[in-house]
Write a protein that binds this ligand. Structure first.
Ligand code: ZN
Ligand code: ZN
Length: 345
């Protein structure tokens, strides 16, 4: 990657347990097979807090954070199709090695030796520009604004990936434990797949939103301490699928207790807490537990389509200028946003 002389503002990760720093860095130029994206919007994901707090450390230092990126292609590297120039795109944030058994099947999120991972190990979207492999840029329909599109890059695509792993069947009861950006998208995905959905979250306002978006039932965990009993009362025996998006020990324990026999638990969100379960709980009810990380490039194409046809509504809480990134992070930490906060440049 070559650099031009011009500078831009970017929010940098310097190391675990350090505040992010806004710095002036060189505007990058695209290398062969790459494009430069002029960033218009970048969603704020809980993972930024995990990086800052040292919960997630992939070993790299001094890079620009942000991985829910939408913008306009404004420069092309060698060998890139000229029609890419000027395209409105959302960015897929994994770039696998291309040759391993996972990459060959499209599971770049599992590649053991990724070439790049914008916002995690290489420069991401809390900046005015970024450079990325052209293939990672998913074109957007005119009906979708760049602000609406940005959170599809992680929250939306993560929801679709987890939904596919769960193999939701029509008529199944699906619990979404945690109602942030991923939860909002997952609930709509599950409903579109024909499931009956129960949203579990904090606060009347969020639960009213879940009802508005078509939840079959809602449980406000602030008001209802025994979430599992409530789920069992609503469903008769327990849920077929529970998506765990919170990741506290309390929440994960409730999730296991909310499942019916042969139920599937999909772990997506995490905190510093451990998942504790006695094996007999899994054995005698033949429960399945699986993890779901990020998404494939195809999942991102799919969520853009699902939003374009109205099966999933965009889920933006508000926009803030890039310079207000600390305000955004504080709100995410307090779990107050109704959907995603998006930083605009
Ligand atoms: Zn994310
Ligand atoms: Zn690979």
């Amino acid at each position: 990657m070559t650099q031009t002389d011009a500078l831009m503002q970017a929010v940098r990760y310097l190391g675990p347990r350090q505040k992010f720093q806004m710095r002036a860095v060189a505007i990058p130029s695209p290398g062969p097979g790459q494009v430069r994206v002029k960033v218009a919007a970048c969603g704020v994901c809980r993972t930024e807090l995990h990086l800052r707090d040292g919960l997630l450390d992939l070993g790299k230092r001094d890079f620009t954070v942000g991985h829910e990126i939408a913008g306009v292609v404004d420069a092309l590297g060698a060998g890139v199709d000229a029609r890419r120039l000027g395209q409105r795109v959302v960015v897929y944030y994994y770039q696998g090695c291309g040759d391993c058994r996972y990459c060959l099947r499209g599971d770049e999120q599992l590649c053991p030796q990724p070439a790049a991972q914008p916002g995690f190990t290489s420069d991401g979207g809390y900046a005015e520009y970024l450079v990325v492999r052209a293939r990672n840029c998913v074109p957007l329909p005119d009906s979708l604004s760049l602000t609406q599109a940005a959170p599809l890059g992680c929250a939306g695509s993560t929801a679709v990936h987890a939904g596919k792993l769960a193999a939701i069947q029509p008529g199944e009861w699906v619990v979404i434990h945690g109602f942030g950006g991923v939860g909002l998208a997952l609930m709509q995905y599950a409903a579109a797949a024909g499931a009956r959905t129960i949203a579990v979250g904090l606060g009347a306002e969020k639960m009213a939103m879940a009802t508005r978006l078509g939840a079959s039932a809602v449980i406000d965990a602030m008001e209802e301490p025994d979430v599992a009993s409530k789920v069992n009362a609503i469903t008769g025996e327990g849920a077929d699928v529970v998506f765990e998006l919170v990741g506290t020990t309390q929440s994960m324990t409730r999730s296991v207790a909310s499942l019916r026999r042969r139920g599937r638990l999909i772990l997506v969100g995490y905190t510093a807490d451990s998942f504790q379960v006695h094996p007999v709980e899994l054995i005698v009810r033949e429960l399945q537990v699986m993890g779901s990380v990020g998404s494939t490039l195809q999942d991102l194409y799919d969520v853009v389509d699902l939003v374009a046809i109205g099966a999933i509504s965009p889920f933006i809480d508000r926009t803030l200028p890039l310079a207000a990134f600390e305000t955004a992070l504080a709100a995410v930490e307090a779990q107050t946003p109704m959907g995603r906060i998006v930083l605009t440049t």
